[in-house]
Design a protein around this ligand. Structure first.
Ligand SMILES: Cc1cc2nc3c(=O)[nH]c(=O)nc-3n(C[C@H](O)[C@H](O)[C@H](O)COP(=O)(O)OP(=O)(O)OC[C@H]3O[C@@H](n4cnc5c(N)ncnc54)[C@H](O)[C@@H]3O)c2cc1C
Length: 358
């Protein structure tokens, strides 16, 4: 069976990997490059139980276990178990995080090395895609511009005028999945922008931080700081509602955002004030109307599937998404967690006529 996956982010790579494990042929069509969007620029933070009590719980728990398995296969994934703290600016007693500035109070432990970890998102996504390639998956660099229909079902994709035939097609284009509303009855997917920097700090302790920081002007920011085992430290924050560009390669930071993030980073730790940072970057989380991903068959269109809308937990939940989707496509039933909460048909389809207005 041949499956074309539209989009080479972490979700597309995970579906290709689990299809390959089952002996199916996966072709990933990617517009810019594997992991060039959020899947290469996000935090890569993983938590076992932070989704407990929500409909994401089973997907998150299964994925946390799968990440530990995949770490053994993908040495470049940068998998690291961490202790995770919450805190705020304004001084106070610091119970942990000897590397954190005096003005930051870490008042809560949010996770232990048994419950929190991280991956390097770019290393993980490209490593998983390469591993899928070793099992026969192929990457085609090009833009999916439409679907091929035959005998009442989806039978392939159009890539800038060239057809690739397939038994099944998966839309996994992150926030750009909204463009697929022109081809399929899919609910709306929005893009929520975030900014990040990667500092060359040298070795740091395996301690992740989730902070509330007062900013000049009286506002607050909620940066997340993740030291990585390769001697860099990642910081992200400063969400914005700047519109998603149609071309993923055109995503750039908002004006002034990287300078603001630098100032916040410098207030968090001396190491972040002193270390050089790799250029600032921005990316978009794919978000649905009810905050849950869309994972499953597209209602009423044989051969069409969707896997997107993973919002702030896409790096975490990609493996269980891939495992479940491989089973659904090949056997007709989820290959792991129950996908019922994520059924694409639970939300109304977006009117494609409105695409022209976006
Ligand atoms: C600042 C930030 C920090 C984050 N931190 C974390 C975290 O710590 N932990 C966590 O679990 N998650 C985190 N996330 C969320 C996570 O990054 C996303 O949920 C995840 O990367 C989404 O993956 P995806 O494969 O669905 O989409 P993407 O990574 O957006 O990939 C979609 C791909 O589709 C391609 N594409 C688009 N249009 C077309 C087309 N027409 N044809 C072919 N290809 C196309 C794009 O080029 C892109 O490569 C964070 C997100 C942001 C923005």
């Amino acid at each position: 069976m041949r499956v074309v996956i539209c989009g080479g982010g972490v979700v597309g790579a995970a579906i290709a990997w689990y299809l390959g494990l089952r002996g199916a042929e996966a072709i990933v069509v990617e517009r810019t490059g594997i992991a060039n969007a959020a899947s290469g620029k996000s935090g890569g933070f993983l938590a076992l139980d932070w989704c407990d009590g929500s409909r994401l719980a089973a997907l998150a728990r299964r994925s946390f276990a799968l990440h530990a398995e995949l770490a053994a296969l993908l040495p470049g994934a940068g998998y690291w178990r961490m202790t995770t703290f919450g805190g705020f600016s304004g001084g106070g007693r610091r119970k942990a995080g000897g590397w954190v500035a005096d003005g930051i109070a870490l008042d809560r432990q949010l996770g232990s090395p048994e419950t929190t970890a991280q991956i390097d998102p770019y290393g993980f996504t490209t490593g998983l895609m390469a591993a899928a390639g070793a099992r026969g998956a192929r990457v085609v660099i090009g833009t999916v511009t439409g679907l091929l229909h035959r005998d009442g079902r989806v039978a392939g994709v159009d890539v800038e005028g060239t057809t690739i035939e397939a038994d099944a097609v998966v839309i996994a284009m992150g926030p750009w999945s909204i463009l697929a509303s022109a081809w399929l009855p899919l609910p709306v997917v929005h893009g929520l922008k975030g900014h990040s920097l990667v500092y060359e700090t040298g070795p740091m302790p395996p301690e992740a931080l989730f902070l509330e920081i007062g900013t000049t002007g009286g506002g607050t920011a909620s940066p997340e700081v993740f030291p990585r085992p390769d001697g860099t430290t990642y910081i992200c924050g400063l969400s914005s509602d700047t519109a998603l560009p149609v071309d993923p390669a055109a995503v750039v930071p908002d004006e002034g955002a990287i300078d603001r993030l630098r100032a916040i980073a410098a207030s968090i730790a001396p190491a972040l004030a002193e270390a050089p940072a790799r250029g600032g970057q921005a990316c978009y989380r794919p978000v649905t109307a009810d905050g849950l991903p869309l994972i499953g068959a597209v209602p009423g269109v044989a051969g069409a599937y969707v896997a997107t809308g993973h919002s702030v937990w896409g790096m975490l939940t990609a493996p269980a998404t891939g495992e479940a989707m491989a089973g659904l496509i090949l056997d007709g039933v989820s290959g792991g967690v129950d996908l019922a909460p994520f059924a694409p048909g639970r939300l109304p389809a977006f009117d494609p006529a409105r695409l022209a207005l976006i």
